[in-house]
Design a protein around this ligand. Structure first.
Ligand SMILES: [Zn+2]
Ligand SMILES: [Zn+2]
Length: 434
C-alpha cells in the first residue's frame, strides 16, 4: 500500500517548509516529490488531500507522565498514547514516578508491553536514577538500558545528594542514558504551592521562590562541568535558570534543557482565582520569567519543548489550593500552544517544529524527528487555521486538569500516522481518504 499525501506544506526541521508531496511506503517516507510529479493512482494508492494543511514530523514529547502502573484511574499507557496521537504527538518519553516507580527491568518491560498493546504512539521509558526515587542508591543503569529505557530521572523529586547525582551523570553517559534533572531545592519549596512573589503575597498562599530552581540548575551545571558528562534540565521556568544555562553553554558545559508550553503561555496571575488546574511544579512564574523563557527559546538556550503532561483526577484537584496535587495535562494542547509562538514571532515554523521533534529525538538518542526520504513515516497533518474554544469533552486524556479549557486555541492535528499507519483521524476532515 502506497500513501500519497498531496498538496500539503511539508515542514522538515532540517530544510524548512517545502510545497511538496510525500509518498509513504512500507512505513517509511519513500519520496518527497514536487507537486504533480507523482503519477501513479488507482489500486494500492491511497490519496490524502493535505491542501491547506501542514505536514509535520510527529511531535516527540520527551516529558510525559502516563501514570501506569499504579494510577490507572488518572491515565494509562493506552489512554495517554491516544491523547498523544490526537494531539499530533507520535512519540512520548514517560517519567518513572509511577506506583511502583520504574526503577527496575520488570517495570520498564511492563510499560513497553502496554505500549505495544496500545499500538498508537511510540513510548520510550525513562527509568529512575535512584531506587524507589529515594535519592540514595543508584538503580541498575545497564539493566534498565538493556530493557529499553532511554534515560533516567527521579522526576517529581530532585536528586538532593550531589555525590549521587555526580555518579548518575557518569554512569548515564557510560550506558548511553540521558540524565534528566528535576531541579528543586526541597528545603526552599517545602510548604510552597505557587511562585513566591507579588501574587502569592496578595492572595495569601505560601510561595516557592525562583531560587529554589536556580540553586539546583547551578549545582547540576557544576557537576556537568566537573565530570564532562551531559545533563538535561527538565521544565525550566525562571529567567535566572535560563541565564545560568545560557552562560554554561557559552562556556562549553554539556547542559541542555526543555521548557513546557505553560511556562511561555501563562504567568502567576493565572493562579489568582485559586484554580487548582494552574497549580504546577515548578510553579507559573512572573511575566518577566515568561519573557525570558521566550527569549531562551528564540536564542537557542532552550533546546526543546515538552509538555510535562501530568494527569490528575478530581480526587487530587477538587480540593483547597494548598491541598491539591501539582500538575496539568499537556498533550491535548501542545500543538496549538507551540503554533502560537510562531504567530507571536518568537520562533519561525521550522525552528518551532524542530524543538518538538528533532531536538528531543537527538537529546534522547532515538530515531525520528525529521521528514526526509527514508525517515520513519511518523507524521501529523495539521490544520493551522482551525480555531476552537477548548471544551472539556475535547480532551482525549483520561484526566481533564487543563487550565486551557474555555480558552480559544488555533491549530489542530487532523490526521496522525505512526510507522505509516494512520492512528488518528479527526472525523469529517478527510473525505478523500475514506
Ligand atoms: Zn519535574
Ligand atoms: Zn514531570
Amino acid at each position: 500500500m502506497t500513501v500519497w499525501i498531496k498538496d500539503g506544506e511539508v515542514v522538515d526541521p532540517r530544510r524548512g517548509v517545502r510545497h511538496d508531496d510525500l509518498i509513504v511506503e512500507k512505513g517509511r517516507v519513500a519520496g518527497i516529490l514536487p507537486r504533480g510529479a507523482f503519477r501513479r493512482s488507482g489500486e494500492g494508492v491511497r490519496v490524502i488531500d493535505a491542501s491547506g494543511k501542514l505536514v509535520l514530523p510527529g511531535l516527540v514529547d520527551m516529558h510525559v507522565h502516563l501514570r501506569e502502573p499504579g494510577e490507572e484511574y488518572k491515565e494509562t499507557v493506552s489512554s495517554g498514547c491516544r491523547a498523544a496521537v490526537a494531539g499530533g504527538v507520535t512519540a512520548v518519553a514517560c517519567m518513572p514516578n509511577t506506583v511502583p516507580p520504574n526503577d527496575c527491568r520488570a517495570v520498564t518491560e511492563f510499560i513497553l508491553k502496554q505500549a505495544a498493546g496500545a499500538g498508537t504512539a511510540r513510548v520510550y521509558p525513562i527509568a529512575c536514577i535512584t531506587a524507589g526515587q529515594q535519592g540514595k542508591t543508584l538503580t541498575e543503569f545497564g539493566d534498565l538500558a538493556a530493557a529499553g529505557a532511554v534515560g533516567v530521572s527521579d522526576d517529581g523529586l530532585p536528586v538532593a545528594d550531589s555525590e549521587v547525582m555526580r555518579r548518575a551523570l557518569e554512569y548515564g553517559r557510560f550506558h548511553g542514558l540521558t540524565v534528566i534533572s528535576h531541579c528543586e531545592d526541597r528545603s526552599l519549596s517545602e510548604g510552597g504551592v505557587m511562585h513566591e512573589g507579588v501574587v502569592s503575597t496578595r492572595i495569601g498562599l505560601p510561595g516557592i521562590p525562583a531560587a529554589c530552581e536556580e540553586i539546583m540548575v547551578c549545582r547540576d551545571i557544576s557537576l556537568a562541568r566537573l565530570t564532562g558528562c551531559p545533563v538535561h534540565v527538565a521544565h525550566v521556568s525562571t529567567a535566572g535558570a535560563v541565564a545560568l544555562i545560557r552562560r554554561a553553554k557559552e562556556e562549553g558545559v554539556p547542559v541542555t534543557c526543555e521548557t513546557a508550553p505553560h511556562y511561555f503561555t501563562l504567568d502567576h496571575e493565572a493562579v489568582a482565582g485559586y484554580d487548582t488546574r494552574t497549580k504546577v511544579n515548578p510553579p507559573l512564574r512572573t511575566p518577566e520569567d515568561v519573557a525570558a523563557i521566550r527569549q531562551g527559546l528564540a536564542d537557542g538556550t532552550i533546546d526543546a519543548i515538552a509538555t510535562d503532561h501530568a494527569p490528575h483526577s478530581p480526587l487530587e484537584k477538587e480540593l483547597e489550593f494548598d491541598r491539591a496535587a501539582f500538575g496539568m495535562i499537556g498533550l491535548d494542547t501542545f500543538l496549538p500552544l507551540v503554533l502560537q509562538l510562531v504567530r507571536d514571532g518568537v520562533l519561525d515554523l521550522p525552528e518551532a517544529v524542530r524543538k518538538c521533534t528533532l531536538n528531543p529525538s537527538v537529546l534522547l538518542g532515538i530515531e525520528g524527528g525529521g521528514l526526509e526520504e527514508g525517515s520513519r513515516a511518523d507524521l501529523t497533518l495539521v490544520d493551522p487555521e482551525m480555531e476552537y474554544r477548548l471544551r472539556e469533552e475535547d480532551l482525549v486524556s483520561k484526566s481533564k486538569n487543563s487550565p486551557f479549557i474555555g480558552m480559544t486555541l488555533k491549530g489542530r492535528a487532523v490526521l496522525t500516522m505512526v510507522g505509516g499507519r494512520i492512528v488518528w483521524e479527526r472525523d469529517g476532515t478527510h473525505p478523500d481518504s475514506r
